[in-house]
Write a protein that binds this ligand. Structure first.
Ligand code: ZN
Length: 78
């Protein structure tokens, strides 16, 4: 055995620590990929298929707040 264990066992998303991913959106289960030249962020679900759908960060956060409130009501398990 090489002795290196436990490194990949965390359920935490590794890509959240990438500077090009918005941590707040990623924590909410969204893609959060940031288009660095414009600062716009992707609001599609995490690991979505196809290309990112970038929107203004203000709009993303506004949607995030509404989304989170809606999810708390419809899915209390997370
Ligand atoms: Zn995306």
């Amino acid at each position: 055995m090489c002795g290196v264990v436990g490194v990949i066992s965390s359920p935490e998303r590794i890509d959240v620590h990438n500077v090009s991913v918005d941590g707040e959106l990623a924590a909410a289960g969204l893609c959060g990929m940031t288009h660095l030249p414009t600062g716009r962020v992707c609001v599609r679900p995490a690991r979505h298929l196809g290309s990112c759908d970038f929107v203004a960060p203000e709009a993303a956060r506004a949607g995030l707040r509404g989304d989170a409130a809606a999810r708390r009501q419809s899915a209390p398990t997370w």
